[in-house]
Design a protein around this ligand. Sequence first.
Ligand code: NOJ
Length: 560
Amino acid sequence: MTADVDPVSSKQKASVGIQVHSRSEKATGRQAGTDAWWRHSVIYQIYPRSFQDTNDDGIGDLRGIVDRLDYLTWLGVDAIWISPIFCSPMADFGYDISDYRNIDPRFGTLEDFDHLLAEAHRRGLRVLLDYVPNHTSDRHPWFLAARSARDDPHRDMYIWRDPAPDGGPPNNWQSDFGGDAWQWDEATEQYYYHAYLKEQPDLNWRNPLVRKEMYDVLHFWLDRGVDGFRVDVMWHLIKDDLFRDNPPNPDWTEAMPPHKKVLQIYSADRPEVHDVVSEMRGVLAEYGADRLLIGEIYLPLERLVAYYGRDLRGAHLPFNFHLITAPWEARHIERQIDEYEAALPEGGWPNWVLSNHDKPRIAARVGREQARVAAMMLLTLRGTPTVYYGDEIGMSNVAVPPGNVRDPFERQVPGRGFGRDPQRTPMQWDSTTNAGFSAGIPWLPIASDAADVNVEAQSSDPRSMLSLYRKLLSFRRRSDALTIGRYTKVHASKCVLAYLRETESERYLVALNLGPQPAEMTVPGPCRRVLDTSGGGAGQRIQETLRLAGNEGVVAEMID
Ligand code: NOJ
């Protein structure tokens, strides 16, 4: 497999991306190659349908993102990851792609995309795209051809099987959106496999043609100058070649989605997937060492870290979602951090995520006050953080009435709390109509508290969530200890979690009260408060005992 190229290749020099790197090298004094940009960056996830609408159709678009780039640089993030913007029938809101090389007209045009990329790069912002290689739309020309006849040359680009002897599906694999993962095709009398909707047939990554075509898609966007990809459901790409039944999950409860009734050990996370991931990494490496590969992977830690790949030739950042699933308890989270740090391969760089478009927002899980503490945790742990749009103003989940449900998961498994519309509602910019998101009818409802919870209101309030995010981001940007420094655990009681972040020249104590009651802890040495979630107390010296208010987090500089 191709190794990462360093120094930069001529292709990379020709791209706009290199200008971005020069800027951040200048800003940080760090050199390309010795310290990749994404190690000291903060990624911001944009769900494009909900970010900013400029053509009044109630759906966000690329021009809307361009209009908000100054906000993002003001906020202080370094890269944006945009959820899928490619041509799609929208059965799964863009995760069902019918043309990988074009922009869906709802979002704009290729010219709009090039403009967005140039404008982002001009501001020093990197742009990451969502790459969806596991499945296409059932309207993709490859699938239309594949289902036209058994002997069509595209047939084997997808996964077709004969029925089981009883005429039913070939095995017990379940769709992650509920129900059987096999769809009967009447015309050609075989089943095809879909890990998600039947409108999202899985590609057959054992077929070299699929690999070639899908790597060409990566080239297409890399040639335009994108800085990397978040790879959708990376662990699903390769399935068992013998199509064995998944075993039952003895720990399944009614609170879990139906597909978790079985353990997906044969339908996902197969050993051969790592060859595919390192091939993808090889494609990126042709453009220099700077293009970033992130994998979406929901797996236990020991299996997650395998996605860094042999000799770190896999994903640069296999997304770590363990803070999303963890109970919000200090001891538990400390253990989680320890286990993650211990499981990382030598040289593997950590990362942390609190929310995304598939999971309830952090403010909905832990409450608005505690979400401030969570923000401090996200932005002070060792590793690249990803911020989900709207979390920086404390957006919470928005109840969507049954008649207005848009999410296919909620439609297929209704009323069980798995629906994802509540965390995908429009960004709250100001207190005008539709929170400044759209002059049309928004595709999902606007939060009822948007008149108060919005960017404009919070930007002039020094104690707001937005001001806290800005302070944390700016502090982090200026501190090597907080970005690339060591992590050392210090203390975990029922509610308080504390750790040190340090380099040879800087030492910070981070102390987080994960509960609503006041708490205290003994500090590892004299220190001085430099930043806290409540916005007061900076400069105060702490000799021995740090007193934390309920829902308070503190960053303190160690003095000795
Ligand atoms: C993971 C994406 O994050 C989710 O939104 C989507 O529904 C599934 N993959 C299927 O593509």
